[in-house]
Write a protein that binds this ligand. Structure first.
Ligand code: R5P
Length: 285
C-alpha cells in the first residue's frame, strides 16, 4: 500500500506507514500567490492500493483533500481509501433552521465521489457514516489508544464531561483497568454551576477527563476547577480531536496537570497516535 499524507496529517501518515509497513509517497503542497492550493504527488501509483490521509478541517485542508483525491485518481490506482481522521462539520449534522445545508452530509458526498473506501475516527455524529451511501465507510475509535496511554500514568478514575459520552469513558477505563463515571452539571443560580461525578468520589485520585473534541476548552476548564475543589489529586485532560480554539491549551494548562490529544489533528500536545486503530480497520476491511 502507498500512503499519501496531506499537510494536515503528515504525522499520522508516517505513523500509518510504520503500523502498516506501507510506502509513504512524497507530496508537495504549496500555495499560489493568490492563496490557491497546489499539490503534486511524486510517485507512480498506477495499479497500487493507495491510502490518502488528510484531516478535513479547517476549510483549506478540505480543498487540499479534494486535490489529492483528484491527483491520485489521475494515476489509475487499483483502489483509493480516504482516511479523514477529524471530520470537520460533524457538529452540523442537521438543519437547525430552514435554508441551511446539512454541512456534514455535503462534505461526505464530496469525499465519496473520488474514493472506494472511507475511514474516520471518533466522529461526532454517527449519522455522518450513513451519508457514505456508495462506498464502505467506517468509524474507528481512538479509545483503546487513549486507554493504553493513560494506563501508564496511574489514572484511577476516567470521567466523561457529560452522560452523553459516558460510553467512551467506560471504554477508556476498561483499557486502563479503573472505574469510569460522568459529571453532572447543576446550575444553582445565575452565577454558580457545579460539576460532580455522578456516583464516584474524585478526592485524592488521579483523574482523567476524556472528551471527543476540545474546542474552546470551556467544558474541561469548568470540570477541572470543580474536581480540584472536590480534592482530585491530579487532573489529566485528554481528547481525540484537539481543535483548541484561540488560547485553549494555555487555559487548560492553568487548571489541568496534563493536556493531551491524538494525531487526528496535529497540535502542540499531540502525544497519542490513532494509527494502530486505523491499520487494524484496514486489515479487517
Ligand atoms: C460536545 O458535544 C463535545 O463532546 C465537546 O464536549 C465540546 O465540543 C467541547 O467544547 P468546548 O471545548 O468548547 O467546551
Amino acid at each position: 500500500m502507498y500512503i499519501v499524507g496531506g499537510s494536515a496529517s503528515r504525522r499520522l501518515a508516517s505513523e500509518l506507514g510504520r503500523s502498516m509497513e506501507a510506502v509513504i509517497s512524497e507530496v508537495d503542497v504549496t500555495r499560489f500567490p493568490d492563496d490557491e492550493c497546489y499539490v503534486r504527488i511524486d510517485a507512480d501509483l498506477e495499479g497500487e492500493d493507495v491510502l490518502i490521509a488528510q484531516t478535513a478541517w479547517p476549510d483549506p485542508n478540505i480543498v487540499e483533500l479534494m486535490l489529492l483525491q483528484d491527483a491520485v485518481r489521475e494515476m489509475n490506482p487499483s483502489s483509493v481509501t480516504v482516511v479523514v481522521p477529524y471530520f470537520g462539520y460533524a457538529r452540523q449534522d442537521k438543519k437547525f433552521k430552514d435554508g441551511e445545508p446539512i454541512s456534514a452530509r455535503a462534505l461526505a458526498r464530496l469525499i465519496q465521489t473520488q474514493s472506494d473506501r472511507f475511514i474516520t475516527v471518533d466522529v461526532h455524529a454517527a449519522s455522518v457514516i450513513s451519508w457514505f451511501d456508495r462506498i464502505p465507510a467506517q468509524n474507528v475509535s481512538a479509545h483503546p489508544q487513549i486507554g493504553r496511554f493513560l494506563g501508564d500514568r496511574g489514572v484511577e478514575l476516567v470521567l466523561s464531561p457529560d452522560e452523553g459520552r459516558w460510553e467512551n469513558a467506560k471504554r477508556v477505563a476498561e483499557v486502563v483497568g479503573c472505574q469510569a463515571d460522568f459529571l453532572i452539571k447543576e446550575r444553582h443560580d445565575g452565577e454558580s454551576v457545579t460539576m460532580t461525578p455522578k456516583s464516584l468520589d474524585a478526592s485524592g485520585k488521579t483523574v482523567a477527563i476524556v472528551d471527543d473534541i476540545i474546542s474552546t476548552g470551556g467544558t474541561i476548564v469548568k470540570a477541572s476547577e470543580q474536581l480540584r475543589k472536590q480534592g482530585a489529586a491530579s487532573i489529566i485532560a485528554v481528547c481525540t480531536h484537539g481543535v483548541f480554539a484561540k488560547n485553549a491549551i494555555e487555559r487548560l494548562k492553568n487548571v489541568c496537570d496534563e493536556v493531551h490529544s491524538t494525531d487526528t489533528i496535529e497540535t502542540p500536545v499531540t502525544t497519542i497516535t490513532v494509527a494502530p486503530e486505523i491499520a487494524k480497520a484496514i486489515g479487517s476491511g
